[in-house]
Design a protein around this ligand. Structure first.
Ligand code: ATP
Ligand code: KDG
Length: 302
């Protein structure tokens, strides 16, 4: 059984290159983290639903080539995956446009056989999800996901959550987003948010305010990422600001946070303390933002 199971959506990706042309790939926040976890040697599975077309099959094959356990990937006949396009500004800051409203991933917890996938999630020793994951599902799907997380937690699994707030995913309904986030946070052992996103969703004035708010939800281990400003680690009652090793001029910041999370978790699973794990997070994220798209070419990851 996979040690970590990451839950969410992976899409086809188009990233615009320096020449103005778009290159094709695939990505999705929780999938990006699963890829970087696998590359760090962590046993990881991905839970989602794909279609049965060539794009879906290419994504499944890519997951398998990365060594990701695909037994928790459902397949829906006659459907295809969502799509997103990355555009970047002169500072490498990314923006996304999505075509994802009809993707099968949104129905994961309502498909025939969803219980089998939930059972595998419950048996994982760590479950990873994000605010984007939460934005995918109907209230029925969310209820099933939250029950699954609750059972996993009762079995001793650690729930890891990255807020990754994307307002469009919630149709502007911030009140619903906050209610649903609170349900995930109550069950969370490790929170790995990004300050910018938390400020939009919760109105936090500083990374310290984000960390304090998450601590009041009872989250014992918190890392608040803040781009080039470093990361604030709060664990066992002590807080540490972990600076980036060196500033990077980003080409495309897509998956900066996702790759940070993977390197952080891999280090924690290998026994490193939180501050050392955050340094590993910075090191990988600093490499990822030098490349276009969410996922580094395999040769660039070494
Ligand atoms: N200019 C930079 N120089 C060096 N490292 C950076 C820079 N910007 C970001 N990083 C690294 O990336 C990590 C995450 O950055 P940030 O908080 O901007 O990500 P994010 O918005 O969550 O990304 P995404 O949601 O696309 O995955 C930082 O903690 C840091 O390690
Ligand atoms: O924005 C999303 O929903 C994505 O999953 C696309 C990107 O890969 C992700 O946001 C990067 O963190």
């Amino acid at each position: 059984m996979a040690k970590v199971i990451s839950i969410g959506e992976v899409m086809a990706e188009f990233a615009r290159g320096a020449d103005g042309r778009y290159g094709a790939g695939y990505g999705g926040d929780t999938f990006n983290t699963a890829v970087y976890l696998a590359r760090a040697g962590v046993s990881v599975g991905y839970a989602t639903a794909l279609g049965d077309d060539t794009y879906s099959e290419a994504i499944r094959a890519a997951a398998e080539a990365e060594g990701i356990d695909t037994r928790t990937i459902a397949r829906v006949a006659g459907r295809t995956v969502g799509l997103y396009v990355i555009d970047t500004d002169s500072r490498g800051e990314r923006s996304f446009t999505y075509w994802r409203d009809t993707s099968p991933a949104r129905e994961l917890f309502e498909l025939t056989g969803w219980e089998t996938i939930a059972e595998q999630v419950i048996e994982a020793s760590m479950v990873y999800l994000s605010g984007i994951t939460l934005s995918l599902y109907s209230n029925i799907g969310l209820g099933r996901l939250l029950a699954t997380l609750e059972f996993a937690r009762e079995r001793g699994s650690r729930i890891v959550f990255d807020g990754n707030f994307r307002p469009r995913g919630w149709g502007g309904d911030v009140a619903r987003a906050r209610t649903v986030y609170a349900q995930a946070l109550k069950r969370c052992s490790i929170a790995l948010p990004t300050f910018e996103d938390e400020a939009v969703l919760w109105g936090d004035g500083s990374p310290a305010a984000t960390a304090e708010r998450l601590a009041t939800f009872g989250v014992p281990e918190i890392v608040v990422k803040n781009g080039a400003e470093g990361a604030l680690v709060l664990s066992e009652g002590a807080s540490h600001l972990v600076p980036i090793p060196a500033p990077v001029e980003p080409v495309d910041t897509t998956a900066a946070g996702d790759s940070f999370n993977a390197a952080y978790l891999a280090a924690r699973l290998q026994g490193a303390p939180p501050v050392e794990a955050a340094q590993a997070g910075h090191a990988l994220a600093g490499r990822v933002i030098r490349h276009r798209g969410a996922i580094l070419p395999r040769t660039a990851n070494a």
